[in-house]
Design a protein around this ligand. Structure first.
Ligand SMILES: [Zn+2]
Length: 447
């Protein structure tokens, strides 16, 4: 973690703000006082509720899969300047027993190589963002086709098959249509593609054009005819991280050794969340996790947040809870919807239960040792809007997840999980071709 800038002296800040007339407002005065108060609170005033975890009778999970992604946008010369963006996502598996042999601070390269050999897959593609012309069509059409093609190409279409598996709920004997979506050509409502189809036709008689299953995800809603924002690339990365993780889950689900799935921990970097149009994948994901839970095949998944409101909140309260030394057990706190609203977001938005549309996991704080605390999401299967939901019993496989965590803690970065660190290494910028090559690529695609 980087060092924080040293705090300015209170007097100095006050003298800079004192001449503003807005400081006559009592609200602003109170804000400034609070901002300038350097006194660390000496108790947890959020009322978080911690439990001790005793791992003695609990079997840790045997293997771990982790996913992570990254992207980089490159501007090439020309007038107007061209911009393309490269995105890469990785999925990696490690045997936890092998991981335990590794020194997490200074891993031996040969041991690492042994762990990583044949254990990682990655996916990469490139999107035109601005001023890149292809002879095939507009930027808008290019991105639609690149999404469709990219998802189908790698691993003989395994990631694309996972998109179909989620969209059509293929674990269920009932044959479902895909979720509904807006036509990318005319915005008419398409009530969902028929079971298992890759393409369909817009039902609007004035349009009737071909649409892809990948249009259902909704990337086109963020695009203009001529350009696309960076958010397209980060959304694609996020969707691919989901598809890669669920490809491992899907293959294990139908594996002849049915115990494999429930003996595995799946880790996604970031929260278990899909926002805006992408949230239409959330209901089928929840439904599948509940389906598996009902059949006594718990699927252990965690998402880890390394920044944001929950991370900051946990940083402010973690020191008040055990373990205070390495002899003490792990402690954890499951965050109810009411707690999230009241203490983390401080906005009692009662019309909209926390996470109801976007989250397929619920929040939990875990303090593993005196210097390691984690913000995790763990699925519950079905969503319950109740303010008191969830409790520890609702989180799928909580005990086995907690029993597995200590062996995964990295010693290199504070609060990092070693498998995510490894996945990050594969997906990171350093493994991209050098920027000059990317730039040349961008220039060669100029019109
Ligand atoms: Zn249409």
């Amino acid at each position: 973690m980087p060092y924080q800038n040293s705090a300015r002296l209170p007097g100095e800040t006050a003298s800079k703000l004192g001449h503003l007339t807005v400081t006559k407002s009592d609200w602003v005065k109170s804000l400034i006082q609070d901002f300038e108060s350097n006194i660390l609170s000496n108790e947890d005033t959020s009322g978080s509720n911690w439990s001790e975890f005793n791992s003695s009778s609990i079997e840790p999970l045997k293997s771990v899969w982790a996913t992570d992604g990254s992207f980089v946008s490159i501007e090439a010369g020309g007038k107007p300047p061209k911009e393309v963006s490269f995105v890469k996502t990785a999925l990696l598996t490690v045997d936890r027993a092998k991981l335990e042999e590794i020194d997490k601070e200074h891993p031996h390269p040969l041991l690492l190589q042994d762990i990583m050999s044949d254990s990682a897959v990655f996916h990469a593609t490139v999107f035109p963002l601005k001023n890149v012309k292809t002879s095939l069509g507009t930027n808008y059409e290019a991105i639609r086709h690149i999404v469709n093609d990219s998802m189908k190409i790698d691993q003989n279409g395994a990631f694309y098959e996972t998109l179909k598996w989620i969209s059509y709920k293929k674990w269920s004997p009932l044959q479902s249509n895909s979720p509904s979506f807006g036509c990318p050509h005319c915005a008419a409502d398409i009530p969902g593609l028929p079971y298992d189809s890759d393409t369909g036709c817009c039902p609007n008689s004035n349009c009737g054009k071909e649409v892809f299953l990948t249009d259902m995800i909704g990337f086109h809603l963020d695009m203009d005819e001529d350009s696309a924002p960076d958010s397209i690339v980060s959304s694609y990365m996020l969707v691919m991280e989901h598809l890669m993780l669920f490809t491992a889950i899907r293959l294990f689900w139908s594996h002849s050794d049915s115990s494999l799935l429930s003996n595995t921990l799946f880790i996604k970097d970031g929260p278990l969340t899909l926002r805006s149009q992408y949230s239409k994948l959330v209901p089928p994901i929840r439904e599948f996790l509940q389906f598996a839970k009902d059949r006594n095949r718990p699927i252990h998944i965690i998402g880890q947040e390394k920044s944001g409101a929950f991370f900051d909140h946990l940083s402010s309260i973690a020191r008040f809870t055990k373990p205070h030394d390495n002899e003490e057990n792990i402690h954890y706190s499951v965050l109810s919807h009411d707690f999230v609203r009241r203490e983390v977001y401080r906005s009692p938005d009662l019309t909209n239960p926390y996470g109801s549309r976007t989250n397929w996991g619920e929040k939990i704080y875990v303090k593993v040792d005196p210097s390691t605390q984690l913000v995790l999401s763990i699925p519950t299967g079905s969503y319950d809007p109740a303010g008191s939901f969830p409790t520890g019993g609702d989180l799928i496989g909580l005990d086995r997840i907690l029993a597995t965590l200590p062996s995964l803690i990295s010693r290199k970065f504070e609060g990092a999980l070693f498998p995510v660190e490894l996945a990050n290494g594969i997906a990171s910028m350093s493994s991209y071709p050098s920027a000059t090559i990317l730039q040349r690529f961008a220039e060669s695609k100029g019109g």
